[in-house]
Design a protein around this ligand. Structure first.
Ligand code: SF4
Length: 241
């Protein structure tokens, strides 16, 4: 009995526990409404957080309501977000996405998504222009919807692959593999915390793309270091106890 309980433990729990001990709790301090989160996440792709936050604040300051943004011309939007990556595409798609929501349900709101399953809500969001796996998950998990979904950005994707938690593939593959490893008992806040620990703690501070600091990493005993030159690829090693 004890053996089967031990085998049932997900490796993601080990990763979470080790990173939690190293970096401390990362619970959400505030949640935006889903439309604000959609606007923020839509302009954030491949852009530094500081740059996308500044662009978001400029949009908030320029438009009295998000309905006004929905009716804006792409050039108006572009002038406010021109320093984010792929700004012309984002400036063109964002008002279209907002108008599609208005057309679909009659007003600009995503509150109805909380009545759907995560899969149904993700499917609906991904039908909007410019909304991929990461933007959809961030609307569902980061916003006041607080749904049980994991945001897999480039840092979470890279570290999950190096650790050997997921196999080869793109971030969408990693998203599905990590969600399959997430214990059923984990809440939206737990998945938010895992994202923060793997992105900000592990991915940005210890395991960046070019120069991972394996010697200082609290996961070095378990890590398979997949894709790193000269690495010894070992099977996943659960924590003792
Ligand atoms: S041991 Fe090295 S490769 Fe593995 S997660 Fe830590 S920093 Fe990254």
């Amino acid at each position: 009995m004890q053996l089967s309980l031990c085998l049932a433990r997900s490796p993601l729990e080990d990763v979470r526990d080790v990173l939690l001990a190293a970096f401390g709790p990362q619970r959400p301090k505030a949640r935006m409404d889903p439309i604000s989160q959609l606007v923020k996440s839509s302009i954030s792709h491949r852009t530094l957080d500081a740059v996308s936050w500044a662009a978001f604040l400029r949009l908030q300051g320029a438009f009295r309501t998000w309905e006004d943004l929905a009716g804006a011309e792409p050039d108006q939007v572009l002038a406010l977000i021109d320093d984010v990556t792929h700004a012309p595409d984002k400036a063109r798609r964002l008002p279209i996405a907002l108008r599609m929501i208005q057309d679909r349900i009659g007003w600009l709101s995503l509150s109805h998504l909380r009545n759907l399953t995560v899969e149904q809500a993700r499917h609906e969001l991904r039908a909007l222009p410019g909304v991929g796996q990461k933007v959809a998950a961030s609307v569902l998990n980061f916003s006041s919807l607080a749904m049980r979904d994991l945001v897999v950005d480039s840092h979470v994707h890279r570290t999950a692959q190096r650790l050997g938690l997921v196999g080869p593939g793109d971030p969408t593959h990693s998203y599905h593999a990590l969600m399959a490893l997430a214990p059923d008992a984990w809440t939206a806040d737990d998945l938010f915390e895992l994202h923060c620990l793997m992105k900000h703690g592990l991915g940005q501070m210890l395991c960046p793309h070019d120069a991972p600091k394996c010697g200082a990493c609290p996961l070095k005993a378990q890590c398979r270091r997949v894709g790193l030159e000269g690495a010894t690829v070992l099977p996943w090693r659960p924590r003792d106890g």
